[in-house]
Design a protein around this ligand. Structure first.
Ligand code: BG6
Length: 454
């Protein structure tokens, strides 16, 4: 007897990327430089100028995604294509590029899932205002978001505000905010985090006003943590790490206020961020429609290793898990752990918008890559997602990180994630031709059977 599939019809399958890791065309059609373009390039690594040239080759790539059966594709919009300096005049050619791209996706049955901001602030806003350390940039972000919703609201229904917003405390520079000269570093980090929350809430509000059927997510990178041992001290250390790594963000996105475990701590230290009049109401009134995560790995937390100095103290590797070449622990069950926990806490639909494994790869003599390790990684994660769904968790979609290969966040090209091999090296652009890896057909099958055949 055939059992009913736990994955509903209309579930989103596809891949996820960003503008700067795929598009290239870094200074074409009026695009201004972003903080990514200005990053020093490490010796022997790729710059961001060409990436995989998606800007010129998107039709060919989308045809491949269609062949795999994608019904969703996540990318981000490059703010500095739309406003080259982040403020001032809008650049029509930038808007036109995304109009054409979304049309091409929709014609091929692929829903755009769009991140407003993925760590690529217009450089001018970093230089002039120190990025999101300034409320001016919060207002400019709102203007940028409103411009996009007005233009694309009828084409794009699923939006995300900030990529991995929970990195803001650890990496404020991804929000264009340099720590140099901050009187109190911790206070500075929390002020940037607060400004990002305000910007997030303004974007939620704007979407709901301008696109009544639009869905807005808050997103975090869900790094699952376990107590390092069964010592109660480790359980507490783990709980505290999780609060700062993950819960703080979801709690604000969903409950609309700072959770007590953060506000008490900040009050005690005398570093509560400046709330401008109306901030508290804004956070309270603008709640997300769904939650989004990236998930790659897990870690453990040990009370003994907590030195009291690091922002997230006590992180330690897990001796029970294997890692990839970059030391990321492979833990499919961890995905189920976070899905179960999130759903129990928030009861909102969950969209997995990144999951995958980066590997060094080369074309073999048949012009393909036998990436069985990727097939195994992805299928084990999808299996755990399905168990969570059997137990009632409302997951609405699963997007892998990468669809074609792309530049990794650290600027390495040879850390490949795609189903489609892109023929370029770290600095040698070769011919940028696309080749299907073994996982291409595997994912096509997964999507065709709505996740039944893994
Ligand atoms: C996520 C980011 O953290 O992980 C992506 O949203 C990034 O931008 C992805 O590329 C994979 O990480 P990495 O460092 O391997 O590229």
């Amino acid at each position: 007897k055939k059992h009913a599939n736990v994955i509903p019809e209309g579930f989103f399958w596809g891949g996820a990327v960003t503008s700067f890791q795929t598009e290239g065309a870094w200074n074409e059609d009026g695009k201004g430089p972003s903080i990514v373009d200005a990053r020093p390039v490490k010796e022997g690594q790729s710059d961001w100028k060409t990436a995989v040239d998606f800007y010129h080759r998107y039709k060919e790539d989308i045809a491949l995604f269609k062949e795999m059966g994608f019904n969703a594709y996540r990318t981000s919009i490059s703010w500095s294509r739309i406003f080259p300096d982040g403020e001032g005049e809008v650049n029509e050619k930038g808007l036109q590029f995304y109009d054409d791209l979304f049309d091409e996706m929709l014609t091929n049955g692929i829903q755009p899932v769009i991140t407003l901001y993925h760590f690529d602030l217009p450089l001018a806003l970093a230089e002039k205002y120190n990025g999101f350390a300034s409320r001016k940039v919060v207002d400019l972000f709102e203007r940028y978001a409103r411009t996009l919703f007005k233009r694309f609201g009828h084409k794009v229904k699923y939006w995300l505000t900030f990529n991995e917003q929970n990195l803001v405390l650890i990496k404020p520079h991804h929000w264009g905010a340099k720590l140099d000269g901050a009187e109190n570093e911790e206070a500075f980090r929390y002020q940037v985090a607060h400004n990002a929350f305000v910007a997030h809430a303004k974007a939620v509000k704007a979407l709901h006003e301008l696109v009544p059927d639009g869905q807005m997510a808050g997103m975090v990178t869900y790094q699952v943590t376990y107590p390092n041992t069964c010592k109660p001290e480790d359980a507490i250390a783990n709980m505290k790490a999780k609060e700062l790594l993950v819960d703080f963000y979801f709690d604000v996105f969903v409950n609309g206020e700072y959770p007590a475990y953060v506000s008490k701590d900040l009050e005690r230290k005398g570093i509560m961020p400046i709330f401008e009049p109306g901030d508290a109401e804004l956070l309270k009134e603008n709640i997300v429609d769904y939650l989004s995560i990236s998930y790659y790995q897990s870690q453990t937390v040990s009370a003994d290793k907590a030195d009291g100095k690091s922002l997230i103290p006590g992180m330690a590797p897990n001796p029970n898990l294997n890692t990839n070449e970059w030391g990321w622990a492979i833990d499919p069950i961890g995905l189920r752990v976070c899905l179960k926990d999130m759903y129990a806490r928030y009861h909102l639909p969950i969209f997995i918008t990144e999951n995958g494994i980066g590997v060094r790869e080369q074309l073999d003599e048949n012009n393909t890559v036998k990436d069985d390790y990727r097939i195994e990684y992805l299928s084990e994660h999808i299996k755990q997602m399905k168990i969570a769904m059997e137990e009632g968790v409302d997951v609405i979609g699963y997007l892998t990180w990468g669809a074609t290969d792309l530049i990794s966040s650290g600027g390495q090209f040879e850390k490949r994630y795609g189903f489609v091999f892109v023929n370029r090296g770290e600095t040698d652009l070769r011919d940028l031709k696309r080749y299907k890896k073994k996982s291409f057909d595997w994912y096509r099958r997964v999507i065709a059977t709505n996740g039944e055949e893994l």
